[in-house]
Design a protein around this ligand. Structure first.
Ligand SMILES: Cc1cc2nc3c(=O)[nH]c(=O)nc-3n(C[C@H](O)[C@H](O)[C@H](O)COP(=O)(O)OP(=O)(O)OC[C@H]3O[C@@H](n4cnc5c(N)ncnc54)[C@H](O)[C@@H]3O)c2cc1C
Length: 343
């Protein structure tokens, strides 16, 4: 009889340098990265004009698989190959020539989070690198472990929670992870594993192609509950996030082919997988009991900065006047390059 197909081996770790150089050019990557301003402007043009995706950014931005769900401009913004003013000028032109709606506003709104963390970090100084963060207060009930036995499965994409492992494997393979993914894995490390959040921030720092100290450490303090978040006790329930944002399991199966045979609900709630079937695929059992299962908490759809935040979202809705009280839509003109945008 034919030998059974070998289960997929765990992804090899890439050095940050390999990622910088283009890594494996894995076709599953959300974006193939090339350095420099020319590549940055090409991406801006593709996203806004050629594929006309900006008009639906607000609806798609929480996606996890594929290049088109968000701008993917962060790597070039992080190294200065593209300036936020260039993006803002191009969005303004898009609003004049194509459509001005909540989505066009929302991209600018996300850039404001980038600015916010830069200015906030000036005020916070080195506090943003300390365990207690800018908040300067620690929840004594949490572990804050630096033990590799606690956080090791997270870095190796071996937690036994497919949503977390798929995101972590994507990061290792591609140097990118969606904002939704970053929020989930950060919450998992800080809240479910009760590890020192800085282990995660350092891991991100070593692998993210768009690493930016203010955005990275600022967002980590926010998700870990030691930042400037007005909402206490932010928590992302992994099963709920998997159901809401990867309901068909497309993203999880993309990065974890070894679990492709499980149903979306089994992927969201891996405790429901048959242990024998899981072992046959060499996929690990869950490495921890989730906080929500330890405490019986029901909530878990936490919204972190790029989600706008409940308050920020309300502000955004009020603060923006759309021309004519609703969307202004114009026929899409021929694609135009971003080179004409004011720098
Ligand atoms: C734990 C954690 C760590 C992060 N680390 C980084 C990092 O090192 N570098 C980085 O650029 N972003 C970081 N972010 C923010 C965000 O995840 C990325 O900016 C975004 O996923 C990049 O994809 P995009 O360009 O398609 O974003 P889009 O959704 O298209 O947003 C457009 C731009 O807005 C800015 N932006 C969006 N969300 C945020 C945010 N929450 N905070 C700050 N700026 C934002 C980015 O410059 C981004 O390119 C982090 C978020 C979390 C939760």
């Amino acid at each position: 009889p034919a030998a059974p197909a070998a289960p997929a081996a765990p992804a090899p770790a890439l050095s940050a340098r390999q990622v910088e150089c283009g890594g494996l050019r894995d076709p599953r990557c959300a974006i193939q990265l090339f350095g420099g301003e020319t590549a940055a402007l090409a991406r801006l043009r593709l996203y806004l004009w050629d594929e006309d995706r900006l008009r639906e950014y607000k609806q798609t931005r929480n996606g996890m698989a594929g290049q088109g769900f968000s701008s993917k401009l962060s790597p070039w913004l992080a190294v200065g190959a593209l300036s936020p003013r260039q993006v803002a000028a191009e969005v303004a032109r898009y609003e004049r020539e194509r459509v001005a709606n909540e989505s066009t506003y929302w991209l600018l709104f996300e850039l404001l989070w980038r600015d916010y963390f830069r200015f906030a970090c000036i005020g916070w100084g080195s506090d943003v690198f300390r365990l207690a963060g800018p908040k300067r207060a620690l929840d004594p009930g949490r572990g804050w472990s630096r033990d590799p036995a606690v956080w090791g499965p997270w870095t190796r994409a071996q937690t036994g929670y497919p949503l977390v492992d798929a995101c972590m494997r994507e990061l290792t393979q591609s140097g990118f992870m969606s904002n939704r993914g970053r929020q989930n894995v950060a919450s998992f490390l800080a809240r479910d594993l009760e590890a020192d959040w800085r282990v995660g921030a350092e891991w991100f720092e070593s692998l993210l192609a768009d690493h930016d100290p203010c955005s990275n450490y600022g967002n980590w303090t926010y998700v870990a509950g030691v930042g400037a978040d007005p909402r206490e006790d932010r928590y992302f329930s992994i099963p709920k996030q998997a159901r809401n944002y990867d309901g068909h399991g497309t993203f999880m199966r993309l990065w974890l082919p070894e679990v492709a045979g499980f149903s979306p609900e089994q992927l969201a709630r891996p405790q429901s997988m048959d242990p024998g079937a899981r072992a046959a695929r060499r996929y690990p059992a869950p490495c921890c009991v989730l906080l929500m299962d330890r405490t019986g908490r029901k909530r878990g759809g936490g919204r972190a900065p790029a989600a706008g935040g409940a308050r920020a979202g309300r502000r955004a809705g009020r603060g923006r006047t759309f021309r004519g009280g609703s969307e202004t839509t114009q026929a899409a003109p021929a694609p135009a390059g971003p080179a004409a945008a004011a720098a």
